[in-house]
Design a protein around this ligand. Structure first.
Ligand SMILES: *Cc1c(COP(=O)(O)O)cnc(C)c1O
Length: 425
């Protein structure tokens, strides 16, 4: 299998190349050149996320040096359980937040960590992963790469500008994960990472790579969990489910549409959003008109210009076709709060603010066999959820443990020279 750029068909990359590069040379996003049609019988007796995921991913790994590593990579990436629980007769929830940092991004980060670690190649220098973070992504990446052989991670975060809890998730690892507290804001962190990547000698000397959220290596495992969830749902309920996906940058949505393109039993894909209007404006009018980001209580979805739209348009063959293929429903903060209350009342279930947007969409859709995609653990957003449900929320154990450890970060000036010094000789 080869991978193309969304912006031009002339460049073709292998899986390993696409994962190591992150972005295609023309600035586009990598997408599979085609989708082999799988049928239910291809999944045979495969059970659980790990086995079913492996069947779904195999065609994308063929002919690549990563092929022989697929099994161990899946074993690592799909180690956290993925419960698929009925809430009532017509609605279930797919809990993607049982990993180390209690959000679905753990799956992509772990898969990418497994792949990069396998690609490090013999006894050469370790790969250096540079990540700029304004909060949560860096934590998932740190957790995923910690103790992986052949890879070291440098996390850049804006000093004194993230929450204490987020800082803990970046600074308590030690070993191959180092945190750099940049004296500046998030834009400075991003600029430094970009400057380091454009500095050819630095890039080569340290085998720099990124763990950016648009990396193909983060999207493939997401496709695999939709393969798992749809096959499992069909086996248990005799029908293909529709997935309602809390969306921001549209990575999870792209992954679900990819699973459908593979032939997985996905009946329909509905996107739920917070007050940020870009996606629902498009499905309502056909016009793609990115808007400045609006801050909401579902802050991981505060995206004005969703970058994975390129992958969606490429997959469906154009804007008009895409618009026919998806539905989208928007929920403002009041609606999100109301859904958290209703979730507790109706289902005795605690929704986080992101998953609550999926519940809001569900309440507007008819029919049966809907799966809400649960993207984060409610205890990560206790300041929103606790006052509504009137009970204290307990952090998952893995996250609670991290928060008790002492953190360590090195403060640096926001200059490439300072970063160069930290990268070492
Ligand atoms: C990142 C994130 C989202 C949005 O996912 P996209 O793939 O960017 O659309 C939704 N919920 C949570 C909790 C997230 O962290």
């Amino acid at each position: 299998m080869r991978f193309l750029s969304t912006r031009g068909e002339s460049h073709r990359a292998t899986l390993s190349e696409a994962i190591q590069r992150g972005l295609a040379p023309d600035g586009g996003l990598y997408v599979p050149e085609d989708f082999p049609e799988l049928s239910l019988s291809d999944f045979g007796f495969a059970e659980g996320p790990r086995e079913i995921g492996e069947v779904a991913l195999l065609p994308f790994f063929e002919d690549d040096p990563l092929d022989e590593h697929l099994s161990p990579i899946c074993a690592y990436a799909f180690e956290p359980p993925i419960p698929l629980l009925p809430l009532d007769a017509t609605t279930s929830v797919l809990e993607l937040f049982r990993g180390p940092t209690a959000a679905f991004k753990d799956f992509g980060a772990r898969f990418l960590a497994g792949a990069l670690s396998a690609l490090r190649g013999g006894n050469g220098k370790p790969l250096t992963v540079l990540v700029a973070t304004s909060g949560d992504t860096g934590g998932a990446v740190a957790a995923a790469f910690h103790d992986r052989p052949g890879v070291r991670v440098l996390i850049l975060f804006p000093n004194d500008r993230i929450s204490k809890r987020q800082e803990k998730q970046l600074t308590t690892w030690g070993g191959n994960v180092r945190a750099l507290a940049v004296r500046g804001d998030f834009d400075d962190c991003q600029r430094l990472v970009k400057e380091a990547f454009s500095d050819e000698p630095l890039r080569r000397a340290h085998r720099l790579t990124s763990a950016n959220s648009i990396n193909l290596g983060r999207l493939l495992p997401q496709m695999a969990y939709y393969a798992y969830a749809s096959v499992q749902y069909l086996r248990e309920n005799g029908a293909a489910p529709g997935f309602i996906i809390p969306s921001g940058n549209l990575g999870n949505a792209a992954a679900c549409l990819w699973a459908r393109a593979l032939g997985c039993p996905v009946r329909e894909v509905v996107l739920s959003t917070n007050a940020n209007p870009t996606i629902t404006h498009f499905t309502a009018t056909g016009e793609w008109d990115p808007k400045p980001t609006v801050r909401t209580v579902a802050n991981a979805m505060d995206v004005g210009t969703p970058s994975n739209i390129e992958r969606l348009v490429h997959l469906t063959g154009g804007w008009v076709q895409l618009r026919r293929r998806i539905r989208a429903v928007r929920a403002d903060d009041d609606e999100i709060r109301e859904q958290i209350r209703l979730g507790k009342e109706r289902w005795d279930y605690l929704l986080d603010p992101h998953t609550a947007t999926a519940a809001a969409a569900r309440s507007q859709l008819g029919g049966d066999h809907w799966v809400l995609v649960g993207t984060a653990h409610p205890a990560k957003f206790e300041e929103v959820v606790e006052p509504i449900v009137g009970q204290p929320l307990e952090l998952p154990e893995s996250l609670a443990r991290i928060l008790e450890l002492p953190g360590e970060a090195t403060e640096i000036e926001p200059t490439l020279e300072a970063l160069r010094a930290e990268l070492g000789g």
